[in-house]
Ligand binder design. Structure first.
Ligand code: ATP
Ligand code: MG
Length: 412
C-alpha cells in the first residue's frame, strides 16, 4: 500500500474544521489590520535560503530538502517563508513606504518527526517591511498575541529579548567565546562547532549539559549600547500599553547578523518538548543581504500544526451540519430532488442530497446522522403536486409545503 511519507500527513475529517477555523480567524484579523497576502513559490533556488537563513543554521546545514533539477540547478523546498517574501519584495521592487505582508503555507524541513514536529508542516507568517519604528515591533507582536487570544488559546507565554545591533553583538559574541572556551570539551558536538562558527547559537542548544553551562553565560542585555537599550525599553513600554504580557528571556537569541534588536517567541506549556508556537523578530539587514536596498523589517511565523494540537486539546469545534437533507426514491423523484437541491443551493441554505437510491428508512437514518434540521422527503406524489414532505428531525413533525414556503420559513 502506498502511504504518506514519514513526517507528512493528511489533514481530513474532523481536524479540517480546526484548520478552517484557525485560517478564518487569522485572515479576518490580518485583513482588518491592512496586511496583504503574498503567495510565493514553494520551490526556490537553494542560494536564497543559504544566504537568507544562513549557512551556520541547523535549517540550512541539516534540514533542507535540496536537489538538482534536470538542468543541474540546485533548488530547495522552502523551509520557512521569510526568505521567499523578501526575495519577492526585492524582485518586484515593493519599495517605498511600509509593506505589511502575510503568507500561509507548507514548509519542509528534514527533521526527526515528533509530536508537533513534522517534515512537511505549515506556517502562518507576517513581514512588516520598511519601518524601524519600535511601534512596528509592538504592532506585529500584538498581532500574533491577538490571533492566539482570539482563537481562545490559554497558557501562552511571550518571551522577549533584544540582540542589539551588529556592534553590540560583536562584543557579546567575543564575551561568549571567552566564556565557553574553557568548557569546550563539555559542550555537545554541535555546540563545539558553534563555538567557532556562531557562538550565539550555543544558547539555543537543547542538550542538558550545554544548557547547564549556559546558565552562567554572559547576558546579552549587558552588552547593549545605550541606543539599543533605549529602543528595547520603548518596545517593552509599548507592549505594556497594548496589554501584551511578556517575560524577558536573555537566552532567546538569533545567531545571524541580519537579526537585530527585538527577538521574541510565544510558547505553550501544553505542548511538551515542541513548545514554541510562534517565533519572530527584527531583521534590519536581511533585505540588503539578499541584494535589496537597506530596509528595516520585522516579522514572525507561527507553526500551525502546534496551534491545531492546542486548539484540539482546549476546545471542541463541531463540523457545520446541513440545514436540509434531501431523500428521494424512484427515477422521477430523484430528478425532482436534484432540482429542489439546486433551488435550495441558490437560496444559500446548507443542503445535502442523498444519492444512494436506498430505501427511505435508510436514507432517513443518514438524514438524522447528518445533523440536518429537516429531511426533505420526495416521492412520486411530491413530484405530481410540486411539493415537499418536510420532516423536522428534532421533533419528528412532518408537513407538506412548496420549496418557496420552506424558504420563506427558513429565511424569515
Ligand atoms: P524549533 O525550535 O521547535 O525547531 P524553530 O526555531 O526551528 O523551532 P522557526 O524556524 O522559528 O522554528 O519557525 C517558527 C515556528 O514554526 C516554530 O515556532 C514552530 O511552531 C513551527 N515549526 C518549526 N519547525 C517545525 C516543524 N518541523 N514541524 C512543525 N512546526 C514547526
Ligand atoms: Mg527547528
Amino acid at each position: 500500500m502506498i502511504q504518506t511519507l514519514r513526517g507528512t500527513k493528511d489533514i481530513y475529517g474532523a481536524e479540517i474544521y480546526y484548520w478552517q477555523h484557525l485560517e478564518q480567524v487569522a485572515r479576518q484579523l490580518l485583513q482588518q489590520r491592512s496586511y496583504r497576502e503574498i503567495r510565493t513559490p514553494i520551490l526556490e533556488m537553494t542560494e536564497l535560503f543559504a544566504r537568507g537563513i544562513g549557512e551556520t543554521t541547523d535549517i540550512v546545514n541539516k534540514e533542507m530538502y535540496t536537489f538538482l533539477t534536470k538542468g543541474e540547478e540546485s533548488v530547495t523546498l522552502r523551509p520557512e517563508g521569510t526568505a521567499g517574501v523578501v526575495r519577492a519584495y526585492i524582485q518586484h521592487k515593493l519599495y517605498g513606504g511600509v509593506q505589511r505582508l502575510w503568507y500561509m503555507g507548507a514548509m519542509f524541513r528534514y527533521e526527526r518527526p515528533q509530536k508537533g514536529r513534522q517534515r512537511q508542516f505549515h506556517q502562518l507568517g507576517v513581514e512588516l517591511l520598511g519601518s524601524s519604528d519600535p511601534r512596528a515591533d509592538a504592532e506585529v507582536i500584538a498581532l500574533a498575541y491577538t490571533i492566539l487570544q482570539t482563537l481562545g488559546l490559554k497558557d501562552l507565554v511571550v518571551s522577549l529579548n533584544s540582540v542589539g545591533d551588529s556592534t553590540d553583538r560583536d562584543q557579546y559574541r567575543q564575551a561568549l567565546v571567552d566564556y565557553f572556551t574553557p568548557y569546550r570539551a563539555d559542550l555537545d558536538p554541535d555546540s563545539q562547532q558553534r563555538l567557532d562558527r556562531n557562538p550565539l547559537r550555543i544558547l539555543d542548544s537543547k542538550d542538558p549539559k550545554t544548557q547547564a553551562i549556559c546558565q552562567s553565560a554572559p547576558n546579552i542585555l549587558d552588552y547593549l549600547a545605550q541606543p539599543s537599550r533605549q529602543r528595547f525599553e520603548r518596545v517593552q513600554c509599548l507592549l505594556e500599553d497594548l496589554g501584551v504580557q511578556y517575560k524577558l528571556d536573555p537566552r532567546l537569541v538569533r545567531g545571524l547578523d541580519y537579526y537585530t534588536h527585538t527577538a521574541f517567541e510565544i510558547q505553550s506549556q501544553d505542548l511538551g518538548a515542541q513548545s514554541a508556537v510562534c517565533g519572530g523578530g527584527r531583521y534590519d539587514r536581511l533585505v540588503a543581504e539578499l541584494g535589496g536596498p537597506d530596509t528595516p523589517a520585522v516579522g514572525w511565523a507561527m507553526g500551525l500544526e502546534r496551534l491545531i494540537l492546542l486548539l484540539e486539546s482546549q476546545q471542541t469545534i463541531t463540523p457545520p451540519a446541513p440545514d436540509f437533507y434531501i431523500v428521494s426514491r424512484g427515477e422521477k423523484a430523484e430528478g425532482y430532488a436534484l432540482l429542489v437541491w439546486q433551488r435550495l443551493c441558490q437560496a444559500q441554505v446548507r443542503v445535502e442530497l442523498d444519492l444512494t437510491g436506498a430505501k427511505f428508512d435508510k436514507q432517513l437514518k443518514r438524514a438524522d446522522q447528518s445533523g440536518a434540521k429537516a429531511a426533505i422527503i420526495l416521492g412520486d406524489s411530491e413530484v405530481e403536486n410540486g411539493t415537499l414532505q418536510v420532516k423536522w428531525l428534532g421533533e419528528g413533525r412532518q408537513e407538506t409545503m412548496t420549496v418557496e414556503q420552506l424558504l420563506n420559513l427558513t429565511l424569515s
